[in-house]
Design a protein around this ligand. Structure first.
Ligand SMILES: Nc1ncnc2c1ncn2[C@@H]1O[C@H](COP(=O)(O)OP(=O)(O)OP(=O)(O)O)[C@@H](O)[C@H]1O
Ligand SMILES: [Mg+2]
Length: 388
């Protein structure tokens, strides 16, 4: 089925011959997005009076979320600047509005490309990865890792969303010096219909890194009004629109945390070198086993790993029979950066803590999900797609 997005539905008769088959005429970009989410469409033709910026925005979104859907742009006149901008955004062809033969040809080419992309891109369409940072013990460094990891991912060009699921005491927003415009509580009202527009309206952009943040509610009492099913839907929708969705959690197995585990492609278990933390790590590993999470979807990171407290990471590995894949050292620059409201990994990228975190993210997250890591160069995706 083809969608024709046109501000003036009466002009659409003139394109029917070129478009053939069944055509759904829609007057607004939101309606186009919704219709595509419902599935079945493989071509969007955008009328000549729709603003170029709106057309490009839709094409950029579709390029990531539904690469199999072709976008053809109609313009009253063909201009080089418009062509360049359109093609950069992922629009397949730009056609003069009164040239029916050219439109019919463009439609044929787009259909052929869609058919070629077929099965492979349908599978790749939901490629965003959900990474949950968890520990059943408080104060081990979950928020520190989640904020730095997501700011770093975002700085590499990946579209990244950080969700604060510590719904009662979340401090992601304050750690990044953000004044949130919305929170997880606002998503409850969208339950059953969460879409990109809805998400966009509640996230707050961290400008220095380009990271989007979905903050915890400002009222701790709201936590119990948020169901686990809302979190499942939220994360499922978010991963269609972001390359990475990083989830910060409270130090307990709330229904929201369990929902996040269920959707996660990777769970990062954070521990420190003390017996209570190790006891809680054991419980977390056991819980993930009970939930049926495959062993390869979890990884253990040791924070403040260089403190001489009579335990070493090898003791952890021996006791719990899990490899410790990363060790982040202790540094007073961590709380200092939190107090300044900046992610250390961006402000002091060469510090020992930042190097350890970046190495962890590069190898345990980016590479794991198909990115090719190039030294000193911008990232290049082999599996994921970027719109920046
Ligand atoms: N590697 C480190 N070196 C020094 N201080 C650290 C390190 N990692 C975290 N911290 C500090 O430890 C404190 C707790 O960290 P953080 O808030 O990230 O833990 P958390 O696990 O999210 O805690 P909670 O369970 O309360 O949410 C913070 O003051 C943070 O600045
Ligand atoms: Mg925290």
């Amino acid at each position: 089925m083809t969608i024709l997005w046109d501000l003036d539905p009466t002009t659409t008769e003139s394109y029917r011959f070129a478009l053939g088959g069944s055509v759904e005429v829609l007057g607004h970009g939101h309606a186009v997005g919704r219709s595509i989410e419902e599935g079945g469409e493989h071509l969007v033709v955008i009328g000549p009076d729709v603003a170029l910026a709106a057309a490009c925005e839709l094409a950029e979104q579709l390029r990531v979320s539904h690469p199999e859907v072709g976008v053809i742009l109609l313009r009253h006149r063909l201009e080089v600047g418009v062509l360049a901008q359109a093609l950069r955004s992922g629009i397949r062809e730009v056609v003069q509005a009164d040239d029916q033969a050219a439109l019919a040809d463009a439609v044929r080419r787009s259909e052929a490309l869609t058919a070629q992309l077929g099965g492979t891109t349908m599978a790749a369409a939901a490629t965003g990865k959900v990474v949950t940072v968890f520990s059943a013990k408080g104060g081990v460094g979950k928020t520190t890792l989640a904020t730095n990891m997501s700011a770093y991912l975002s700085s590499t060009g990946a579209r990244t969303l950080l969700v604060d699921l510590d719904l009662m005491f979340g401090d992601v927003a304050i750690s990044l010096q953000l004044v949130p415009t919305g929170s997880v509580m606002d998503v409850v009202a969208m339950s059953g219909n969460i879409d990109l527009e809805g998400l966009k309206s509640v996230v707050t952009r961290h400008e220095p890194s380009g990271l989007d943040v979905l903050a915890a509610p400002s009222d701790p009492g709201d936590a119990e009004r948020i169901g686990g099913d809302v979190i499942t839907e939220l994360l499922r929708v978010a991963r269609n629109h972001y390359d990475y969705v990083v989830v910060d959690t409270p130090p307990s197995f709330t229904e929201h945390v369990l929902a996040a585990f269920d959707v996660s492609d990777l769970t990062v278990l954070v521990a420190t070198l003390d017996i209570p933390a190790l006891k809680n790590l054991r419980i977390a590993l056991h819980t993930l086993d009970v939930l049926g999470a495959p062993k390869e979807t979890r990884t253990v990171l040791l924070n403040r790993a260089d403190l001489k407290v009579g335990l070493a990471s090898s003791d952890v590995e021996a006791a719990l029979k899990v490899p410790v894949v990363a060790e982040v050292p202790f540094s007073l620059s961590v709380p200092a950066a939190v107090n300044r409201g900046v992610p250390l990994v961006l402000e002091e990228p060469r510090s020992a803590v930042s190097l350890a975190m970046r190495h962890f993210v590069d190898h345990e997250v980016r590479q794991r999900f198909g990115e090719t890591i190039q030294n000193g160069a911008k990232r290049s995706f082999t599996l994921l797609r970027s719109k920046r």
